[in-house]
Design a protein around this ligand. Sequence first.
Ligand SMILES: O=C(O)[C@H](O)COP(=O)(O)O
Length: 250
Amino acid sequence: MTEAKYTIILVRHGQSQWNRSDKFCGWKDVHLSTEGARQAEYSGRLIRESGIIPTVLHTSRLTRSCQTGNIILEQLNRQYIDIYRSWRLNERHYGALQGRFKSDVLKEVGKEKYMEWRRAYEGCPPLLEEADHDDRYKDVDQSELPRGESLKMVLERFLPYVNGVLIPLLEKDPSEIPLLSVHGSIVRALLKHWFSISDEDISGLNIPNAIPLVITLDKNFRPIGEYRYLDPQSAYVEANKVAHQGFGQT
Ligand SMILES: O=C(O)[C@H](O)COP(=O)(O)O
């Protein structure tokens, strides 16, 4: 049997205020809703009960991912651990759809286009004229900042973080357990990459808010078995709600 060498915990942030109102969010810096903060607490409890205790936190530069990570660490009484933050862990940039109600976009462009923009691996939403030149991205080569992205583009900008930060940290100390408090598209991109999910199948994968999932890797950073949610039943129910966003039924 292949020996497990590394363990990684991934979690999508808790419900944001725009998740609650079914608006495209992307790089807009929307905070957690009250329910989202409660979900993040639950996430922390699940991790505590699993006994898989993170030793380092990675977040994006978006507040909802930072808030979720902080709440989880508070639940674990581990607010002292190191935190790494990067724009490369940001949600997929939703281009000109950001701030629009999902139901309005669905009505306007029809189901096929709507699903292509939301879920097709190479489906890219209409681009913004200008990238987000926010202070938090001041150290980033401005030509790298997206104006809208497909999941494929997310994977391309996220992999340098996996190979340049995440993996080297684990190689240095294999006992580290990183917690990635991130976004739906980052979780989808990472699962696609590590579990070789096809372009077609990835379009059917939806990620629930704030249900942690655990991945075990061998010494060559190849996954062992399947990834597993710490609360599979809730993950199933909540992922189904995500799938139906915009359709007026949850
Ligand atoms: O950015 C957003 O709007 C959400 O976090 C993800 O939205 P999606 O599930 O429609 O891709």
